[in-house]
Each structure stands twice: as C-alpha cells, then as structure tokens.
Design a protein around this ligand. Structure first.
Ligand SMILES: [Zn+2]
Ligand SMILES: [Zn+2]
Length: 136
C-alpha cells in the first residue's frame, strides 16, 4: 500500500514510513513491518492477531459434526459463523478466523438445505403414494 509523502512511523519518530498496516491502518517503517500471509502488519497487530478465535473454531466443529448429529448443530454452525463474521468485520475478532467462519456457514447451510430437500421429497412421496394406493 503506498504511503503519503512525509508520513513517518509512529513508533520511530523521524523515520519515513514505507507501508501501512492492513489491520489497524497505522504507518510502519521498515523495522516495524511484519508480513503475515503476504499482508503488511505492524508489530503490534502481528502479535495480537495470529490465531482464529475459539468461536470460529467452534463454529467449524459444529459445521463438521452437523453431518452426523443433524439440524440443531447445523443451525448452531450457521449462527456462530455469522456472529463471528460480523465480529471480524468490526475488528473485534482476529481475521484469521474468517475462513473457518465462512466454512461453518457454508457447511451448516448445505446441511439445512439437504434436510429440507429430504423433508420435501418425503412429503411428496407420501402424497404420491396416497394418491396411487388411496381409494377413489
Ligand atoms: Zn497494525
Ligand atoms: Zn517503526
């Protein structure tokens, strides 16, 4: 990210900033630049946000277990994933959890769609059978 002319590092007064932290937007000098997943971070952000939050992980676990345990866990995965996505948007949760949250929502939604499809086809099958075998 380009820096405006004359921008200096807040931690090293007088040292020209070479980049901007992509998480907090602070100017960083060469010494303060940390690369994380090819993104520029200041030293503080690099230390603060390095692993996904527990909620992101929990959401993904619910999403994975939903295949075995059914709709309640799928719902939990979608809800937790959405809450986590919003928290990340507001900068309240580490961005590293975004991929987990998105997958949790995707998996949960997939399972819910599958369950509704099964329900609909079951009802359709019952109706069809009733019509075929039922009395005129
Ligand atoms: Zn930062
Ligand atoms: Zn610096």
């Amino acid at each position: 990210m380009p820096t405006p002319a004359g921008a200096t590092c807040p931690l090293h007064p007088g040292v020209v900033a070479v980049d901007v932290c992509e998480r907090c937007g602070r100017f960083v000098c060469g010494d303060c630049t940390v690369l994380r997943d090819e993104r520029t971070r200041c030293t503080e952000c690099a230390a603060a946000a390095s692993s996904p939050s527990t909620r992101a992980t929990l959401a993904l676990v619910c999403g994975a277990l939903g295949f075995v345990c059914g709709a309640p866990l799928s719902l939990a995965a979608v809800a937790l994933g959405r809450i986590e996505e919003r928290a990340i948007d507001r900068g309240e949760a580490p961005r590293e959890g975004l991929r987990r949250a998105r997958w949790a929502v995707r998996l949960g939604a997939m399972q819910l769609a599958l369950v509704s499809l099964l329900l609909v086809s079951f009802v359709a099958w019952r109706l069809l059978r009733e019509r075929l075998t039922g009395s005129p």
